[in-house]
Design a protein around this ligand. Structure first.
Ligand code: AMP
Ligand code: MN
Ligand code: MN
Ligand code: MN
Length: 299
């Protein structure tokens, strides 16, 4: 993809007034979700919201699926530039790590085979989560109900959270994660995902850039994060999200300095899921710090 110059908006008219030129930086949002995974908007609704929020370049990065692109390929032409993407769940050193693939060929056979494997893993994992929740909470096995909630979407813990709210076990999805689904809780099943280096191979095999997603969310020490980044770059990872949704300037500065140390390009995205989560709306996040190679400059 050619580098996109900042959009230049020119205000002109036939009034004879001075011509004014404004430089408006192009907004890249390279991490968003739709109802093809655990987001609540249909792909076309997300495009409309992103345009409303001034996004110029958008990647839809659903969990382990490219299905949103089947819908938008047949949609009307839009002023948004779309970068094809995906967010893949992986395992690294026994931890769950998310890797975003950007600017990839959605027809790549090895990538599609990898995605097929991950979707089988999602179903198997959902069965396991169901058994564990049934045992630890003392409810009926929720598998069939959660499958119905997920419908055609890639099934994940947010669908379990909605079920636990629906049957009155918890008052909201946040509590569902805190008590039953989050790190270290019974529903936190991590096995089944492909290893991080293998997933990076699928993305690169599809001509894409592998991006380490939301590094601050793993709550690692900087030493641990450095070990992760060593393995990530050695496996062919090309970028990391230096800005993910709303985060403090101190976190951004730390991630920027790690990106520079490891020679990784910087990516940014909202990790948008739901319009009511006002802290992660499309295009609404801080600008990337200066002196960083931007991931889109690689394309
Ligand atoms: P899964 O794909 O099944 O591993 O589920 C992970 C997804 O759950 C993430 O992408 C988030 O959308 C969501 N999630 C993770 N932690 C929380 C939380 N504490 N509260 C609400 N949603 C969460
Ligand atoms: Mn999600
Ligand atoms: Mn993620
Ligand atoms: Mn995400």
């Amino acid at each position: 993809m050619p580098a996109v110059d900042p959009a230049i908006l020119t205000q002109s008219g036939n009034t004879g007034m001075t011509l004014k030129t404004y430089n408006v930086p192009m907004i890249y949002d390279l991490h968003t979700h739709t109802s093809a995974s655990d987001g609540s908007l249909a792909p076309c609704e997300l495009l409309a919201l992103a345009i409303e929020h001034g996004v110029g370049v958008l990647a839809i990065t659903d969990h382990d699926t490219l299905e949103a692109y089947d819908v938008i390929r047949s949609a009307e032409s839009s002023p948004l530039q779309i970068v094809q993407g995906i967010e893949l769940s992986t395992t690294w050193a026994g931890r769950g790590i998310h890797v975003v693939g950007l600017n990839l060929d959605a027809h790549s056979k090895p990538l599609l085979a990898g995605i097929a494997r991950q979707s089988v893993a999602r179903i198997e994992r959902a069965r396991k989560i169901s058994r564990r929740l049934a045992r630890s909470i003392g409810i009926d096995d929720p598998f069939e109900s959660v499958l119905a909630i997920a419908g055609a979407s890639a099934i994940g813990r947010p669908h379990f959270a909605r079920h636990l709210v629906a049957v009155g076990v918890v008052k909201d999805t946040r509590t569902a994660f805190r008590k039953y689904l989050g790190a270290g809780k019974p529903g936190d099943v991590r096995d089944g995902w492909a290893e991080m280096d293998e997933v990076i191979g699928w993305i690169r095999g599809a001509g894409g850039t592998a991006v380490l997603a939301h590094p601050a969310q793993y709550r690692m020490t900087n030493n641990k994060l450095r070990l992760l980044l060593e393995d990530f770059t050695a496996a062919g990872g090309g970028a990391m999200e230096v800005v993910s949704g709303s985060q403090t300037p101190a976190v951004t500065e730390n991630l920027a300095s790690l990106a520079r140390d490891f020679g990784l390009a910087a990516s940014c995205g909202s990790d948008f899921h739901h319009p009511e989560q006002t802290w992660s709306l499309p295009g609404r996040f801080a600008e990337l710090p200066a002196n960083l190679k931007k991931v889109w400059e690689l394309w």
